[in-house]
Design a protein around this ligand. Structure first.
Ligand code: 5CA
Ligand code: ZN
Length: 409
């Protein structure tokens, strides 16, 4: 699949700082030490509805990770998937009388437009589940042949017991895992499973549903976790720097993915850090396609809201916090954008050298975007009250805000 166009990232004077980030698996802040090419996998959308603010907030977090790395003069190898075949997508297509492939294509196209408008840097590899199927099938066969997967009425399940590290990503106990598994696409109550938590790797063809040739597995379609594992192993290999997504992916998705990959390769770990963004809510409940309490990025754009203000709304909340979208948080961002634009519209102003370092410091500290915004606020306030004689300082601020925060002033 093609991704979306990259907005330019201006180079800044000096060099950025190494990123310290919260790792779900250890519960600690980890100072990442990527090589010259940092490797990141971020779970993509299931395209059965338009991009909402919750998605945008999660992608904003991982866009910041990349911007910090680029500022340390590293290259970034970024991979993202599109879950373009899965139960919720097929259910929605049937409900609305649409062709599932058209629904997926339409919503993926809209996602690309939203990401472009928000200045999110594109992945180098943007891969759909359907196009990954030929690579997924042999992985499942290998797991089965190694005794780490078993068949149940034509479907194939992964045995969580095959991985001695199972449970280390989320750190949850068996009861909590069982509850979340039932909530998030698993089937812990299906009779005949070796362990209720075992996730499906291959689902045998169902009447009226799309299916693909699965070689010795028979016709069917892949499970959710193996999709991301196949794509990540193909394009990044083991031991990449960051596996990212919203906090609802820690279990089962990232837990199972790690176990699949570690069992397949015999290597550990799948990812060096597992990074999770908080959940955005609307009217007191997590924004979710299944509940329908959504604020769409495309709708805001159609209403004439400047995408830079949408981005500033996301940046005003720490990525790990759960927060609530309200009219007020958008109003605040619009007002801030106005102040910043006025401050950079003059030819000179207070020196920007300290500000660039403050933004770098804030982001390197577990992506503390709100602290970065506060630093820019202080510079803008000083510009508004006293001004300054540093020629070109407003230009430096514009470039820093663009390069490090993805906001075009
Ligand atoms: N296709 C899978 C990942 S392989 C999937 O979870 N798709 S999704 O469309 O449901 O979500 C895409 C990303 O947005 C995930 O990282 C998910 O954790 C995140 N996300 C979903 N809802 C919210 C929300 N309300 N707030 C923050 N992030 C969210
Ligand atoms: Zn995923």
């Amino acid at each position: 699949m093609h991704a979306w166009p990259a907005s330019e990232v201006p180079a800044l004077p000096g060099k950025g700082r190494d990123l310290q980030i919260h790792d779900t698996a250890t519960g600690r802040l980890i100072t990442l030490d990527p090589g010259p090419v940092a490797r990141i996998y971020v779970c993509g959308i299931t395209p059965y509805d338009a991009t909402h603010i919750g998605h945008a907030a999660t992608y904003n977090a991982f866009d910041l990770v990349q911007r910090v790395w680029l500022d340390t003069k590293r290259q970034v190898h970024y991979v993202q998937n599109v879950t373009d075949v899965d139960d919720p997508l097929l259910e929605r297509a049937i409900r609305d009388g649409h062709d599932w492939t058209e629904l997926a294509e339409r919503e993926t196209a809209l996602f690309r437009e939203d990401m472009t408008a928000l200045r999110m840097l594109p992945p180098q590899h943007y891969i759909g589940a359907v196009e990954a199927i030929p690579g997924i099938v042999p992985l499942i066969e290998r797991l089965r042949d190694a005794g780490a997967a078993y068949e149940l009425e034509g479907d194939v399940y992964f045995s969580v017991e095959a991985d001695p590290h199972f449970g280390e990503v989320s750190g949850l106990d068996a009861d909590a895992m069982r509850l979340l598994s039932a909530e998030r696409g698993g089937d812990p109550d299906r009779p005949g499973k070796k362990n209720p938590l075992d996730p499906m790797l291959w689902m045998a063809a169902r009447e009226g549903e799309p299916s693909w040739d699965g070689a010795s597995l028979g016709r069917g379609r892949p499970g959710w976790h193996i999709e991301c594992v196949a794509i990540a192993l193909d394009h990044l290999g083991m031991g990449f720097d960051v596996q990212g997504g919203g906090s609802d992916l820690a279990f089962p998705h990232h837990e199972m993915g790690a176990s699949h990959a570690q069992t397949l390769t015999g290597e550990y770990p799948f990812a060096k850090t597992y990074v999770h963004a908080g959940m955005v809510a609307l009217d007191g409940e997590k924004m979710s396609k299944s509940k329908g309490n959504l604020v769409f990025v495309s709708k805001l754009r159609r209403d004439g809201v400047d995408p830079a203000a949408i981005r500033l709304t996301l940046l005003a909340h720490h990525y790990r916090a759960d927060w609530e979208w309200t009219d007020q948080v958008l109003e605040d961002a619009l007002e801030r954008l106005g102040r910043w634009r006025a401050a950079v519209s003059r030819p000179d102003g207070p020196s920007a050298d300290a500000l660039v370092e403050e933004i770098r410091e804030a982001l390197s500290n577990d992506l503390d975007a709100p602290a970065a915004l506060a630093a820019v606020d202080r510079w803008a306030a000083s510009q508004a009250s006293e001004g300054g004689t540093d020629e070109g300082a407003p230009g430096v601020v514009s470039r820093a805000v663009d390069a490090l925060l993805g906001v075009a002033l």
